[in-house]
Design a protein around this ligand. Sequence first.
Ligand code: ZN
Length: 120
Amino acid sequence: MHEASIVEALLEAARDEMLRAGAERILRLEVTVGALSGVNVEALRFAFDMLAPGTPAEGAELDVVETRALCACRACGEENPVEDPFSACPACGSVDVRIRGGDELLLSSLEVEEKSSAAG
Ligand SMILES: [Zn+2]
């Protein structure tokens, strides 16, 4: 499953971030997934549930932010969100367009539990 290796990479990135923050537990991960990234969000969540146990992200909340691509039309100048990389302009139907964005796949935010500093 494609999504499993993605989640493994995300968990690794999250763990690195957590260690950098001097924390020992991950509370929430926010992952930005573009509509054109080819990632199935359901499968991503499923893979997370499978892989998170035993890692610092065990029990953490997984937030998936889905972004859409923008279709910038050279014919009419409109910019519209699209879900297909081969879209024509939704405004005028021209195929003289440039698709940008929508292929993101990244760990966009991380909430960690700080180590207790009560002891010093
Ligand atoms: Zn157009």
